[in-house]
Design a protein around this ligand. Structure first.
Ligand code: SF4
Ligand code: SF4
Length: 370
């Protein structure tokens, strides 16, 4: 389907993390609630089943969206008269030990793919080797979808936000693997490898095998999601992606996101981007590093390209904090955006691709909520 032309600026609401005075009502959670009311979200969700997709992180990560904000969102949706509400993520159990429980958040926290892990729907994609995507049944079978995203850097596409929360977050491992596979395969240079096993420990998918006798590692590609944690953690640069084309990865993410969004009427979609605890890497690393830049605030709106573009535009290289990068990697390279200087990938590219397949705009107007 050819994308419709979006011809006007998208309206975005913005809650500034900065406070004018030391009063609870001037702080970000209070502004967030006013923002949700102002956006008319309560009226939009009335009598509808609502699914909120967020990245719960895991391990000892502490920079995902704080439960206090999630609870505010849940309460506003309930007060609006939604028929039901739930929070979804790939592995809901990953959030339990870090406060993302039904008791704290006020609604069920469930896996994207149901108890069986097989509750998903196939959708034809047809981009290079990415033949199809499997989409979360919990998301697709709801009336209203809220993309609750945390903005942070990402080693494969420059940054992660609303778009990535859908493309990588509403699909199971099989689809994630296919998207990552667009970048190429993994190789190891055994001359460089010192068998420190950092890659083995960093792999979240048991896709690296070790041989203590031969002091060799190898890849079990069946399990590999091509997340490249091993590439980035190797101190000797011994692991590489072959035929590396990050543009294809970004392109594939845009295709999958467009296919997902088309499952919903535009009036049944809402996007919230948190520009707080903006770290170098994704929450899937299951640990956190210090913020790259000071907290900025929260954006909300109904246009995914607008909110992603505005989020990137608000992150300025000149605001890079002294301890934002790890001490062993404290220099930045070239590029038009801070994330590009860190990850060598243009973060705007995914958004430009998305505009080809889904009606959305990168022109926006921001209205601040006090
Ligand atoms: S992290 Fe690098 S050097 Fe260490 S075992 Fe893995 S490939 Fe070898
Ligand atoms: S790319 Fe990711 S999943 Fe694959 S071997 Fe490396 S760390 Fe493991």
């Amino acid at each position: 389907m050819a994308p419709k032309k979006a011809n006007s600026k998208a309206d975005l609401l913005f809650a500034d993390a900065a406070v004018e005075s030391l009063e609870a009502d001037k702080t970000l959670p209070a502004k967030f609630k006013r923002m949700l009311i102002k956006s008319k979200l309560p009226q939009k969700v009335k009598d509808k089943t609502v699914t909120v997709k967020m990245h719960l992180g895991g391990g000892i990560g502490y920079t995902t969206i704080h439960p206090v904000f999630v609870r505010i969102l849940v309460d506003v949706i309930k007060d609006g008269g939604a028929k039901s509400i739930k929070i979804i993520d790939g592995k809901a159990q990953n959030g339990l030990a870090r406060g993302y429980t039904q008791e704290v958040l006020g609604c069920p926290v469930v896996s994207c793919f149901g108890e069986t892990g097989k509750y998903y729907y196939p959708e034809h994609i047809g981009f290079e080797s990415l033949d199809e995507a499997l989409f979360s049944g919990e998301a697709i079978d709801s009336d209203f979808f809220i993309d609750l995203a945390h903005i942070k850097g990402h080693g494969d596409c420059g940054f992660g936000g609303a778009l990535k929360n859908i493309a990588m977050g509403t699909v199971p491992t099989e689809t994630r693997r296919k998207i990552h596979r667009l970048e190429g395969g993994l190789t190891i240079d055994s001359e460089k490898c010192i068998y420190c096993l950092k890659c083995f420990k960093a792999c979240p998918n048991e896709a690296i095998w070790k041989n203590d006798e031969k002091k060799e590692i190898s890849f079990f590609f069946h399990n590999c999601t091509y997340c490249q944690h091993c590439v980035m953690i190797c101190p000797e640069d011994a692991i590489a992606m072959e035929d590396r084309t990050f543009e294809d990865f970004s392109h594939g993410m845009a295709h999958v996101t467009a296919a997902f969004l088309k499952k919903f009427k535009p009036e049944n979609l809402f996007f919230i981007n948190f520009l707080t605890n903006i770290t170098m890497y994704c929450d899937c690393w299951e640990f956190s590093s210090p913020s790259l830049v000071p907290d900025i605030g929260i954006l909300a709106g109904t246009d995914i390209a607008a909110i992603e573009t505005a989020s990137l535009d608000m992150i300025k290289t000149e605001n890079l904090l002294p301890n934002g990068l790890p001490k062993n990697r404290n220099t930045i390279g070239e590029g038009k955006h801070l994330f590009e200087k860190i990850h060598a990938k243009d973060p705007y590219l995914m958004i430009d691709f998305l505009k080809q397949y889904y009606p959305c705009t990168t022109d926006y107007e921001v209205k601040e909520i006090k």
